[in-house]
Design a protein around this ligand. Structure first.
Ligand code: ATP
Length: 373
């Protein structure tokens, strides 16, 4: 199997005056594991449906392997799709499910059977070939869906939240399996998810989407450590946010002054003095420091609560301006009593300053439970 490149050029989708996908350009090289990450309703599925031919775009071009495919229906594109529901045939055996698409391609019964065995071996399901889908575990059903999609030898496999029905442990296991399978086959995977953990662990690159627009395309490290926008920063991980006005820019570092003090971080985007900006630092890069520490950014806070995660501890603090700051610390046995003083700090190199356009996100983790008293 060989992967093909995918190119979107000015692709848009407008439904009855509502813009679901704003003009989008995206270039995915052959053989890449590419995730499209974003919240519900941001246009991920619409983009995938356009790419695989289930939806005609309002404008723009889709190229697969350099060839324009806009005029081709889904079944004539070198793509296959796995839906969230998996859509396995309940009355067919695992082998028949996998071989299903091959008959239409004019393969003899013997060839079909050989090909199905080969694919079942690829997903380690040889021993289950004669079972029906309802006799399999969730993870095994997932692997049947992958084998069935790969049977038609697609150059691009589109996956729409395929793990969302599985429990957490299985989901984590399937991440590793899907990633390994993608590398083994060389097929280009385009993977839709709203789960940042999935996108960060599996992908070569991620497109982070918000309200019909891709806000950043980058490797997991790039989107996590050097987010281009406040939205990307908040969507791919937990964060502490400081807002203010840019008061100076030097050697790639920007200084911002706002409530609670002046802070410095890496300027990952173009900024100008006087501009409203936000500084973002991850909780695991925010630490407790000595009150006399001269280096880096410092801030006096009060401990508000702690959440023990076993080897780690989330320490929730609040500064004099009422800002909530979370620290993700190694659990070294220290108690950090509630109400105690804590001077927190972070190095300029670990913080990112970006234009505030697009709104200032809330501090701390999205979905993180309130601190214990
Ligand atoms: P989810 O993760 O919830 O599936 P998504 O990011 O995949 O969300 P889409 O399904 O692409 O989002 O939908 C994007 C927007 O376009 C939504 O606001 C949705 O209501 C709208 N939309 C999608 N399909 C249609 C349609 N056929 N007609 C009208 N509006 C649509």
């Amino acid at each position: 199997m060989d992967g093909k490149s995918v190119e979107l050029s000015g692709v848009t989708m407008v439904f009855d005056g509502f813009t679901a996908v704003s003009p989008t350009d995206l270039s995915i090289p052959a053989g890449e594991f590419h995730s499209i990450l974003g919240p519900s309703g941001c246009g991920k599925t619409t983009l995938l449906r356009i790419l695989s031919g289930f939806q005609r775009p309002s404008g723009g071009q889709v190229l697969i392997g350099g060839e324009p495919v806009n005029h081709l229906p889904a079944n004539r594109r070198p793509t296959a799709m796995i839906f969230q529901s998996l859509a396995l045939f309940p009355r067919m055996s695992v082998r028949e499910n996998v071989a299903f698409g091959l008959e239409a391609r004019g393969m003899s019964k013997r060839e079909r059977s050989r090909k199905a065995e080969e694919l079942l071996a690829l997903v380690a399901l040889e021993a289950h070939a004669d079972k029906r889908p309802d006799q399999l575990s969730g993870g095994q059903r997932q692997r049947v869906a992958v084998a069935r999609a790969l049977a038609v030898e697609p150059a691009v496999l589109c996956l729409d939240e395929p793990l969302s029905a599985l429990d957490l442990k299985l989901r984590q296991h399937m991440r590793t399996e899907l990633r390994a399978l993608q590398k083994r086959t060389g097929v280009t995977f385009i993977y839709i998810t709203h789960d940042q953990g999935e996108a960060l662990t599996m992908s070569d690159r991620i497109s982070v989407m918000n309200r019909g627009r891709i806000e950043q395309v980058g490797t997991p490290t790039e989107v996590y450590d050097a987010p281009a926008t406040p939205f990307v920063a908040g969507f791919v991980g937990e964060q502490n946010v400081f807002s203010g006005k840019v008061t100076g820019i030097e050697n790639g570092f920007a200084k911002i002054a706002g409530p609670g003090g002046t802070f410095t971080g890496r300027a990952t985007r173009e900024l100008s003095v006087g501009e409203h900006a936000v500084l973002m630092v991850r909780p695991e890069r925010t630490g407790l420091v000595d009150a006399t520490t001269l280096n880096g950014n410092r801030l006096s806070t009060r401990v508000e609560g702690r959440e023990l995660e076993g080897p780690y501890l989330n320490l929730v603090t609040r500064d004099a301006t009422g800002r909530r700051i979370v620290l993700h610390l190694a659990n070294d046995g220290r108690q950090h009593p509630t109400g105690g003083d804590a001077v927190i700090g972070f190095m300029p190199d670990d913080a990112v300053v970006m234009p505030a356009a697009g709104g200032t996100p809330e501090n701390g983790a999205a979905g993180m439970p309130a601190a214990e008293a």
